[in-house]
Design a binder for this molecule. Structure first.
Ligand code: NAP
Length: 238
């Protein structure tokens, strides 16, 4: 039985991913700001669920993470899934800062802790939910695409570091396209996956220790197109 910590598992992809691990017989430690949703899963699966309610933009992330790791008695897999995105016509200071704090600072702080924890332990797995949006700048949500580019780039660097240091730590960069959650806003969505389907694919990719996974698979094609389309065309759509 493995111990899985998921930062941001109150709803959407994170909650479904927690359910995948529970159904596979593992123990999960889940977080988020909405305590009632954490409690809901704890009541449903009391022997397999531990919770810790906190905001990743606060200044006690490590204290909360340490508390949570103690509850199931350790950590084998760490998943950073908390994320926020908002579309504003103008460049909104508060939105840009909240997105950066949640998607970048919360991610890097907890992921560094997990990497060093697994280094001492001698093994572990790290995964984080980036996005296909990481491929290029996005004119609707500049801080969102930039934050996801940071995540994916950071995870690649960390993978190389683990290799050089000969650490038995595998790292998975999760890049979903559209997933039908409250975060997926706006018109013109396509290839939209249900959260359960997305979580199942993420679960399998982490189990197989994949370095990168596009969810669903065909989003790999869109990622390639986004990367390669010339800027004068991309600026009309991005
Ligand atoms: N849906 C999509 O189309 C899509 C596509 C690509 C990538 N993603 C990524 O997938 C991840 C999960 O998103 P989702 O689509 O499943 O949406 P969601 O249902 O809104 O889930 C977001 C999760 O992040 C947590 N979170 C947000 N702000 C937080 C904060 N300040 N402190 C702690 N936790 C926070 C939320 O918990 P609380 O609100 O309870 O705090 C929730 O558990 C995100 O990183 C998102 O960027 C989503």
């Amino acid at each position: 039985m493995k111990k899985i910590i998921i930062i941001g598992a109150t709803s959407g992809i994170g909650r479904e991913l927690a359910l995948c691990y529970i159904k596979a017989g593992h123990k999960v430690g889940i977080t988020g700001r909405r305590n009632e949703l954490l409690d809901e899963l704890k009541h449903q699966y009391p022997l397999q669920t531990e919770t810790e309610c906190f905001d990743v933009t606060g200044n006690a992330n490590i204290k909360h993470l340490e508390n949570l790791i103690q509850k199931p008695g350790g950590m084998d897999v760490f998943v950073y899934n908390s994320g926020t995105a908002d579309i504003h016509k103008e460049v909104d200071m508060q939105n840009e800062m909240t997105t950066t704090k949640t998607n970048v600072l919360g991610f890097v702080e907890t992921t560094v802790y997990a990497f060093n924890y697994f280094s001492k332990q001698g093994h572990g797995q790290i995964a984080a939910t980036s996005s296909v949006a990481s491929q290029r700048g996005n004119g609707w949500a500049p801080s969102y695409s930039a934050s996801k580019a940071y995540m994916s780039n950071y995870l690649e660097g960390l993978t190389i570091k683990a290799y050089r240091l000969k650490r038995n730590i595998s790292i998975t960069d999760i890049q979903p396209g559209f997933v039908n959650t409250k975060m997926a806003k706006g018109d013109g969505q396509f290839w939209v996956a249900e959260p359960g389907e997305a979580a199942h694919q993420i679960f399998k990719a982490i189990e197989k220790r994949k370095r990168r996974v596009f969810v669903t698979k065909r989003w790999a094609l869109m990622a390639w197109l986004m990367r390669n389309v010339p800027f004068f065309i991309y600026r009309k759509m991005g």
